[in-house]
Ligand binder design. Structure first.
Ligand code: DGY
Length: 355
């Protein structure tokens, strides 16, 4: 009797032609509607699976995988993976992957778009025009701040931070950054950025962009105290994760002239956006579109598909997913493409073997 194929699920509609590649190796189920899942719903979806391809909408931790006895791999479509509890996945021997690199330049572009739109008050200016408020051209209407000649601060200097720094050089900006670890002198020279302490970053920046990962340590790192250290003329852009900013403190600073403007692509309670932010004119708001060019979103899905196939022990990279997050959860063994892994209970490539 033919062995049944491992069961794989795609949690949201992505690009049908790209995810269809999974059908060559797996019994594939794809959601056709964008939806959000409660923890119980997710646990129910994951329970019968061998592998899952998910997005940042799906929060997967110990509770969600408790009944998923055969689950061996979770491929996240996104570079940020704060939706995954890596400790819980690793402890259960489930490989987790993300999609770095392919979105770096596109996300840096959006960061720059928000920097420019915020400094030059683009969305406020458009609303002014559409509302019929443009009665006569005036010399002092909608004055903004320059990017050229200003100091750009970058908090978080990974791939996207470095891509933003490179763009800033073309705009004639001075770039300072703060990061967990300082870049080598060679990389600093290449991207044209100087390392400073956190407080100095806040004080020196005319425009500050947040590009750091969201972890417990970075939760509300931009709070009332941090905002008070910034110039009242400064602008703040967030393309990382909403929880990095205390949004109540930010809205207060923006409403009371303690910060000139903000450009936000991410929100702590997204897709809900705080009414205090929605009410302000000096905020440019976008719905988490950092990586949303057609080519990049397709490349992200392709990488997630490649990751999942490899993490499940099949295909040309069997056992070696291109962007594995928890190597400790996976021991690739070259036994006919099988992954022998699962630290906890020794999963194999067969669908019947329990973790
Ligand atoms: C990511 O990749 O983390 C983005 O935020 C989702 O596009």
């Amino acid at each position: 009797m033919a062995e049944s194929k491992p069961r794989v699920w795609v949690s949201q509609p992505l690009f049908d032609d790209v995810v269809a590649q999974l059908a060559e190796h797996f019994e594939l189920t794809c959601e056709t509607q964008v939806r959000s899942y409660s923890s119980d719903e997710l646990a129910e979806c994951l329970a019968p699976l061998d592998g899952a391809l998910v997005t940042l909408n799906e929060r997967i931790g110990a509770a969600e995988i408790a009944s998923a006895r055969n689950l061996r791999a979770v491929a996240n479509v996104g570079v940020g993976y704060n939706n995954l509890d890596l400790d819980a996945l690793s402890a259960a021997g489930i490989a987790a992957t993300n999609t770095p690199d392919v979105l770096t330049e596109t996300t840096a572009d959006l960061g720059f778009a928000l920097l420019m739109a915020t400094a030059r008050r683009i969305t406020e200016a458009e609303a002014f025009l559409r509302d019929g408020q443009w009665g006569a051209w005036s010399f002092t209407t909608l004055l903004g701040a320059d990017l050229h000649g200003s100091t750009l601060g970058i908090l978080g200097m990974g791939r996207i931070g470095q891509a933003i720094a490179r763009r800033a050089r073309g705009f004639g900006m001075r770039v300072v950054y703060h990061n967990r670890s300082q870049l080598t002198p060679e990389v600093e020279a290449d991207v044209g950025a100087s390392y400073v302490g956190f407080d100095e970053l806040l004080a020196a920046s005319d425009h500050l962009v947040l590009v750091l990962p969201y972890t417990p340590a970075s939760h509300h790192v931009i709070d009332t105290d941090a905002l008070a250290k910034m110039k009242p003329t400064a602008t703040l852009v967030n393309i990382a994760r909403g929880g990095i900013i205390d949004e109540v403190a930010l809205a207060d600073a923006l409403a009371n002239g303690r910060l000139a403007g903000a450009g936000l692509d991410v929100f702590e309670g997204e897709p809900k956006v705080r009414p205090e932010l929605l009410a302000l004119k000096n905020v440019v708001l976008t719905p988490h579109i950092g990586s949303a060019s057609l080519a990049t979103r397709r490349a992200m899905v392709q990488l997630a598909v490649d990751n999942l196939i490899a993490a499940m022990g099949v295909g040309p990279n069997a056992g070696h997913p291109p962007s594995l997050l928890n190597a400790d959860a996976l021991i690739a063994a070259n036994t006919g493409g099988a992954i022998v892994g699962a630290k906890k209970n020794g999963a194999t490539k067969t669908t019947t073997t329990k973790r």
